[in-house]
Design a binder for this molecule. Structure first.
Ligand code: DCS
Length: 479
């Protein structure tokens, strides 16, 4: 028998094999196959706005284009192609980045851009922010990875994660060999935090010998789309204080808010508003990105995290680990700089920038509404309104016969439903089980990102499929 080699499947790191990431899982793979066979697929499995036709904002692309091709700045016609404020901004970034975009930057990111981020946070929250505690990253994902890497020591270290959750968290906790401690969000209360659930989750974990060290919040929520109230966040911060937990605040959807009662409020502002001792004690790391909002620049991989109340020696260790991979990508850093410091009133590019961003955000708001209403008009489907983020997460109430049919097919019931939906309509979604859901309750996640003009067709094709699926399995059950 041939000997096993180190990278044969059987010999791989078990943690790698165990990690799961449903956003690009079975449904996505099947959708890709069908696409190769020539079927038209609507990829609503990933929050990837440009892939579904969203146009990039003009100003940041102009700035980055000039930084990428600095020889254009010496062209006598540059003023015919680029507005003067983009030219000024590109020159400023180039002056901040010795060697330009082709050189590694500091592992924490370009200091001048970290200062822009600190100014943005100060203005947003009303409390000054220190650029030394802000690290730029290749998207928020890398920041989350760095933090969980620093926190998780062994399998007894637990991280409280909301369920349903964005599977980045479960996957990374698996990769680093920690324990995920799930706390359920309350679907009937529009996916709000329920502290009885949190306390129970922590007590249960502790009884198994797990040290709960951190809690994650995703606000606005993915996949659940809720915007947390200030009171809810305050209670969570207080809980972190009492239970000695690091708070990891995933706030990548802070621009994506589609209701007016609860505007976005950062965990950091809530914590500082609470005053000492909490504001000086609770260790908080907040994450942001250029991938979401009305930017949607997912492929540029720009992000940052800000650390609050982490001691200098810890910050140094995180710097050291960031240094091992040298530097976050530099164009992504420039996108972040422009995102936190966009054109201001009076700038030449301001009217265009505002018109473009407003139009994207208003359309997302309309799409959030159309999608929720569309789902709620379907048989056996109930859906909370997408208050924020980019997703709709309807509950699909599957008849017993459908659940049995899924079992016979060797599939989880929601996977079975989503596969049938894909085959019938070309709509590629993610089954709720990829995010976690209560036993016996089924969901799917779709983005609200398809082009607005395609919505009526998509929703009616969904309804047609769903209602006849329900008809088939309910009718069958009456036989
Ligand atoms: N945090 C949350 C809550 C996210 O939804 C995502 C991306 C990220 C972090 C990481 O984004 P970046 O690394 O690009 O900054 N969301 C994925 C999703 O659910 N669909 O598409 C991407």
């Amino acid at each position: 028998m041939a000997r096993r080699r180190p990278m044969d499947y059987e010999e791989l790191n078990e943690k790698v094999k165990k990690a799961q990431y449903a956003v690009r899982g079975e449904l996505y793979l099947r959708a890709s196959e069908l696409q190769k066979e020539g079927k038209k697929i609507i990829f609503t499995n990933v929050g990837n706005p440009h892939a579904l036709g969203q146009k990039p904002l003009t100003f940041p692309r102009q700035v980055v284009a000039l930084c990428q091709a600095p020889f254009l700045l010496d062209d006598p016609n540059v003023g015919l192609m680029f507005p003067p404020d983009a030219i000024v901004r590109a020159k400023r970034y180039l002056a901040m980045a010795p060697g330009g975009l082709g050189a590694y930057s500091d592992a924490r990111g370009i200091p001048g851009i970290r200062k822009e981020v600190a100014d943005f946070i100060h203005k947003r929250d009303g409390y000054p922010s220190d650029p030394e505690l802000i690290y730029l990253t290749d998207g928020a994902s890398k920041g989350v990875m760095q933090m969980l890497n620093a926190i998780i020591r062994n399998e007894r270290d637990g991280i409280l994660v909301p369920v349903p959750q964005y599977p980045l968290y479960s996957a990374i906790i698996s990769l680093f060999g920690g324990s995920l401690v799930p706390y359920y969000l309350e679907e009937e209360a529009n996916w709000n935090l329920d502290f009885a659930n949190i306390r129970q989750a922590v007590a249960e974990a502790r009884s198994k010998g797990i040290t709960v060290r951190a809690t994650v919040i995703i606000n606005p929520g993915n996949p659940t789309g809720q915007c947390l109230s200030e009171a809810n966040i305050r209670e969570l911060v207080r809980y972190c204080y009492h239970e000695n937990l690091v708070l990891l605040a995933d706030e990548v959807y802070q621009q994506n808010v589609y209701q007016d009662e609860r505007p976005f409020i950062s965990a950091r502002k809530v914590m500082f508003d609470m005053g000492p001792p909490i504001s000086r004690e609770v260790q908080l790391v907040s994450f942001h990105t250029v991938s979401k909002g009305y930017w949607g620049e997912c492929g540029q991989r720009g992000g940052y995290f800000e650390m609050t109340n982490l001691p200098p020696k810890t910050v140094d260790e995180i710097y050291k680990v960031a240094s091992i991979v040298l530097s976050p990508n530099v164009p992504g850093q420039i996108f972040m700089g422009v995102m936190v410091n966009p054109p201001k009133p009076g700038d030449i590019s301001y009217p265009k920038f505002t018109a473009e961003s407003k139009s994207i955000l208003e359309s997302l708001r309309r799409r959030a509404r159309m999608m929720t209403d569309g789902f709620n008009s379907c048989r056996n489907v109930v859906c909370n309104f997408t208050e924020g983020a980019m997703y709709s997460f309807p509950q699909i109430q599957l008849p017993a016969r459908a659940i049995e049919a899924a079992k016979r097919a060797g599939k989880a019931a929601d996977v079975f439903y989503c596969l049938k939906l894909l085959e019938a309509t070309g709509i590629s979604t993610v089954p709720g089980s990829g995010f976690g859901q209560k036993e016996g309750v089924f969901h799917l996640r779709t983005t609200i990102l398809p082009a607005e003009e395609d919505f009526p067709t998509i929703m009616s094709s969904f309804k047609k499929f769903n209602d006849s699926f329900m008809e088939q399995y309910e009718g069958y059950s009456r036989m």
